[in-house]
Design a protein around this ligand. Structure first.
Ligand code: CIR
Length: 254
């Protein structure tokens, strides 16, 4: 699928107060994450996307992970109901940015859903059941997916925070994944590229219009990606990874 537009949000100076299970040698640095975020936005623009950058929301330190707050399927934007209570208020902050969509729907209680658990591969929507997304949230999103003309299914999120922390669709029937997913029946027919156990953060590689954006510092994964014949761009997102985030989390693309 060709992306023409992206929505991102500048990190707030409170960003280091976000949720994280990562251990740091150096604490996250605000100046550096702003620089890394700007480089990410510039790269999306360079790849031809019209990027709208929203203002920081200091009250919500994780709110630059806009991917978790909405899912775009065709002409419909689904406002999520984030699984972490501290992030729930981020959902309403994204509503103005998705107003131009023909349909805007939402996940209703008791449903919980983070966009990081939603992986779209061509016309199929994989929904991960995780610490953040429950079966009811998945069912509600699935209903919308079906209405818009997608098929959908659920699968358990294995090991990582979100589904897309562990597996991503790269196009051309190729999936980059943690080994935990490699024997799952839904992926056996695909081109499965398994990341080495010491390079798991690189599973969150983002395909944008035929270019693969991958986090810097994972040489084995980079080599594997290069075999696909698509351009590979490394991005330094050290400060984002300190907050358990990755490249997909920082934008909504459509
Ligand atoms: C959180 O724990 O919610 C954030 N610190 C990280 C969210 C990363 N988002 C994503 O994987 N889609």
């Amino acid at each position: 699928m060709i992306f023409r537009t992206a929505i991102a949000r500048t990190p707030a100076s409170s960003f280091a107060q976000g949720i994280t299970g990562a251990t740091w040698v150096q604490p996250p640095d605000y100046t550096l994450i702003c620089r890394q975020h700007q480089a990410y936005v510039d790269t999306l623009r360079h790849l031809g996307l019209d990027v709208r950058v929203l203002d920081p929301e200091p009250e919500f330190p994780d709110s630059y992970f806009v991917e978790d707050t909405a899912v775009i399927l065709g002409d419909t934007a689904v406002i999520t109901r984030p699984g972490a209570a501290a992030r729930r208020g981020e959902a309403e902050k994204i509503i103005p940015a998705v107003k131009p969509f023909k349909h805007v729907t939402g996940i209703e209680p008791p449903g919980l859903l983070d966009g990081g658990d939603v992986m779209v591969a061509e016309r199929h929507v994989f929904i991960g059941l995780s610490q953040r997304t429950n079966a009811e949230g998945a069912r509600q999103l699935g209903q919308t997916a079906h209405r818009v003309g997608f098929t959908w299914s659920t699968l358990p999120v294995l090991k990582s925070l979100h589904l897309k922390s562990g597996i991503n669709y790269l196009g051309q029937n190729a999936f980059l994944m943690d080994d935990a997913y490699s024997q799952r029946p839904e992926f056996v027919g695909g081109n499965r590229i398994v990341v080495a156990p010491d390079e798991l953060p690189a599973a969150n590689t983002l395909a944008v219009n035929g270019t693969l954006l991958t986090p810097k510092g994972f040489p084995d994964t980079r080599k594997k990606l290069e075999t696909l014949g698509m351009p590979v761009l490394e991005m330094d997102i050290s400060e984002v990874m300190k907050m358990d985030g990755g490249l997909s989390c920082m934008s909504l693309r459509f």
